[in-house]
Design a protein around this ligand. Sequence first.
Ligand SMILES: [Zn+2]
Length: 403
Amino acid sequence: MIQYANLERYEGNEALFDLIKMSMLSTIAGEPLHIHAEGLRGTGKTTIMRKAQDILPPIKRIKGCIYNCDPKEPHCPHHRELSAQEIADLGVEEIPMPFLEISHSAKVGTVAGSIDLAKLTDESHPEARLLPGLIPQAHRGILFIDEINRLADTAPEITDILLDLMGTKPGIVQIEEAGLPVVKIKVSVSVWAASNPDEDPGPLEEIRRQLSDRFDMVCYMGRPTSIDVLAKMLKENFHTNIHPDKDIMDEATIAKKHQEYTSSLLKWAEIYKQADIPDFVRNYIARLYVKHNLESIRAIEAMQQSAVLYAITKNRDQATINDVSRMLPLILKHRINSDTLIKVINDIDGKGESIFSSVNKSAKKTDLAEEKEYFKSVGRPLKFLGRNELINTEKSLDVNKAD
Ligand SMILES: [Zn+2]
């Protein structure tokens, strides 16, 4: 069986691995980062997202609390009023960090919450109580939605709930049931979504622009194009029907790798909680907003958050302008038109008007050296890429570009 450690990594899916790492560590630190992977069927985006469960650390909650109350910060209707002593008396337990999936057949009641029928029909002690839905139960974890463009098209009421949930950090979910007072619950959850923009009903930003903007970052998943990677994948997938348990790595190696990933996430989350961004980088982000009329405050908040997260996952203690520039296409592609995106990116590379003018010179120098280093291993700088290469979708790749 494929597990996180033996997922195939190649150039086209590297950005997604980075994104899920950043979102996981941010979620552990208590700050959601909503991410959306777009790409053709068969690029493995949903597999990568689902398999991330393998490396999530456990969380501690008040014993038996279905809302996952943090013993230090109880928030649910049953525990938020209790004293520290009463909480301590209830005890704590460790559970796997939630990773829950909203299916396309889900109803409002199962997603937000509904009346607890078992409690209501209890003969000895009938009472009206709420049964939290998937979202409140995903508190402090991840909520996954496959084919979000289709969901946004066919389930507007679920989309509205998601808009509330993703509107603030932490988000809010409202549970409404006839005969019961409306209950609002704070939910800190990162929403992960996947979709294929080339299939019906089209890209999310065209179906429900507001929901699309709620995603901090979007990455477009390419297919593997390297012959080596494809040959290796073919080899590994050969005869799997005869030897279904054949693994590339043995179980012990996989377990060890997973443990390493998990402890990195925990370590990074601690660093993130204390991290700040240098003033000149923050000012630089603010300038981008003003200069290019970006409109979305969410976008520049995502630049700040993601630049810090990215730097941490690369084991650097400070985010640079380069980190911002690397995140830009992932933050802006779904929010602005491609002409503006090109302009913003060209600014970053210093080709545009002098946005660097007030930037600390020595910092810029380090950035450039580091940029050289980065592009040596990763590819060409953005400024050398043509417009088509930057705004690619699989559709444009398919058209006679098989070379
Ligand atoms: Zn609770």
